[in-house]
Design a protein. Structure first.
Length: 133
């Protein structure tokens, strides 16, 4: 492979990685069509034999600044993420991590009748919901 082809391939690969990183960042801070405003955190939904599990990425949000609503067919996670006090007085050169009010409504793949657990660990909220049999 000639140097020109190798350099072209490397630049194309680098550009693709940057594009992919931009898309992921935009997904993280996406606006949810069901949201009452602000930003919507990304979620993963899993199913076990007895539960639907929802994993919500909300780093930097204490449990006291969020609420969870459940109606049997959907779960709504809402709250606020603020800038840490020490950063509020600084000059902002880049601000990519979303702040302010967030809300995410997740339609459940099947009906559930109870929240079985809520665990906040390492910036992720895990919600367990008991499936209706």
């Amino acid at each position: 492979m000639s140097d020109d082809l190798g350099n072209t391939w490397m630049w194309e690969r680098a550009r693709n990685l940057i594009d992919q990183a931009d898309r992921l960042q935009k997904q993280f801070a996406q606006r949810d069509a069901n949201s009452a405003g602000g930003w919507a955190p990304p979620v993963d939904v899993f199913e076990s034999k007895s539960e639907i599990l929802i994993l919500v990425a909300i780093p930097g949000v204490p449990a006291s600044d969020m609420s969870i609503g459940f109606d049997g067919v959907s779960v709504t996670i809402s709250g606020t993420r603020g800038l840490p006090a020490g950063l509020r007085r600084g000059v902002i050169h880049r601000l990519e991590i979303p702040n302010g009010r967030f809300e995410r409504r997740v339609q459940l793949p099947i009906e559930c009748d109870a929240v079985t657990r809520q665990e906040l660990s390492s910036g992720c909220l895990l919600i367990g919901l008991r499936k209706v049999r």
